[in-house]
Design a protein around this ligand. Structure first.
Ligand SMILES: [Zn+2]
Length: 440
């Protein structure tokens, strides 16, 4: 059986490589509207494999925008993009498994690509293109496993459920919508490029992520009382100075939090707990003192912490820093939370689903995976709202979200094999033949 599985997976490789190239050619940039076209392609590809596919609009769930974990998109008007879900129903008695992937990609904008980001070029083991790694390769792995199950004529005991979402890069609301619609598995696997996503490298060992950090965007505004004036009016307060005082307070806060981290899931990470200002703006003319100065950034939190409580603590920290400043103490800054808000979540490392996924990776890579913590990702929804133990693993590659993004095709073949192993071991195969998993 094992030999037959290996042969079928090998024979399928040219097909999934071709499919990956086709999918990269669709510029499904988040918020562009092209995600719809991509979702319809994905729906058709899975339908052709006999998967019972449903294409549905998340706006059919009126409760979605009122859910506490709903993230308000940055743009007021977004095109309505459907979610694609599909069932390959099991014969019963087995455990169900959700495979989740996203079709949206980040923009290319003015990145100086060597290759055409929308016309994938293969160079050796690398396939270049926007979304090659993050994460059309993962979607293709999901497709390849369904194709292999069909080719081998295997009936699973548990249901295998496909979730293709289109807003992971910006909000994650589609995965939340799947949870609210009651679509759940006894386990959930996200086929994201786990190592590249986190900048994690530990030899050739595969990476298995089991958590998501929480996060919240914030904005601090310092406002001068008058309407500004030209630069030589010394009686005017330039709000940029007091804002810089608060900028340095955020840096100290970040250092303090980093020193406090004790979670073993993040112990080996260079940055365990991001907290930074990434955008600053003030003024509109080089010789006019601005009325306001603004900075925006993100505060993150670890599994076990509540993001709202961490934000309360952060605001107290900034207000204390302001109270120690001669001008800010009488002109306190305005601190707001806006946009992105993620609650943290984790699957325990000793959960049977995590152990099963780790064994599948071990069998393919002949090395134990590095089981560690992830950044902000959709796993939080399935852990919190579908009560489904969830993991993330996927192919290797480089330049995620960057110039000349690429995926390693040999690594993707390993992801396909590990995912096939996980599906068979977790869902079970009728007739007691566990195929690949037990005969290996
Ligand atoms: Zn991704």
């Amino acid at each position: 059986m094992r030999e037959r599985v290996i042969k079928v997976l090998e024979e399928l490789q040219p097909e999934w490589e071709h499919l990956l190239s086709q999918w990269i050619q669709i510029p499904s940039v988040v918020g562009s509207g092209v995600e719809r076209q991509m979702q319809l392609k994905v729906a058709r590809a899975f339908r052709e494999l006999g998967v019972d596919v449903e294409v549905w609009e998340p706006s059919l769930l009126p409760e979605l925008p009122w859910h506490p974990d709903y993230v308000l998109p940055a743009r007021a008007v977004l095109p309505e993009i459907p979610v694609v879900t599909g069932y390959r129903r099991g014969r019963g008695r087995g455990r169900s498994l959700v495979l989740n992937g996203h079709v949206d990609v980040v923009p290319v904008d003015d990145q100086p690509w060597t290759y055409d980001p929308w016309n994938p070029i293969r160079d050796g083991d690398r396939l270049y293109g926007r979304g090659s790694l993050d994460m059309k390769a993962g979607l293709v792995a999901m497709w390849a496993v369904c194709a292999a199950l069909r080719e081998l004529n295997l009936s699973l005991q548990g249901d295998l459920i496909i979730q293709s979402v289109a807003d992971e890069e910006e909000t994650g609301n589609h995965t939340l919508a799947c949870c609210l619609k009651g679509i759940r598995g006894d386990g959930t696997a996200y086929l994201e490029p786990a190592a590249a996503d986190m900048g994690l490298v530990r030899g050739a060992a595969p990476v298995l992520l089991v958590s998501s950090r929480g996060a919240q965007f914030f904005r601090v505004t310092v406002e001068a009382p008058a309407d500004g004036g030209v630069e030589y009016q010394r009686e005017l307060v330039n709000p940029i100075g007091p804002l810089m005082h608060l900028y340095h307070a955020v840096e100290r806060y970040s250092d303090m939090r980093e020193a406090q981290v004790t979670d073993p899931l993040y112990a080996d990470h260079a940055t365990k707990l991001p907290a930074a200002v990434c955008r600053v703006y003030a003024g509109n003319w080089p010789s006019t003192i601005p009325r306001t100065a603004v900075m925006e950034g993100t505060i993150e939190c670890l599994p076990g912490e509540r993001i709202d409580e961490v934000m309360d603590q952060f605001e107290r920290y900034l207000n204390t820093a302001a109270a120690a400043h001669p001008w800010l103490k009488d002109h306190p800054p305005r601190i707001e939370r806006f946009g992105l808000r993620y609650e943290s979540a984790a699957t325990p490392v000793d959960d049977v689903f995590v152990r099963t996924a780790a064994q599948s990776l071990q069998r393919v890579y002949h090395q134990s995976p590095w089981v560690t913590g992830g950044g902000g990702n959709d796993l939080r929804h399935t852990v919190r709202h579908a009560k489904s133990p969830s993991v993330i693993f996927g192919p290797d590659g480089g330049h995620i979200h960057g110039t000349d993004e690429w995926v390693s095709l040999s690594s993707l073949a390993k992801t396909v094999a590990a995912l096939f192993d996980l599906v068979v071991s977790w869902c079970g195969v009728d007739g007691g033949d566990k195929g690949w998993a037990t005969n290996g």
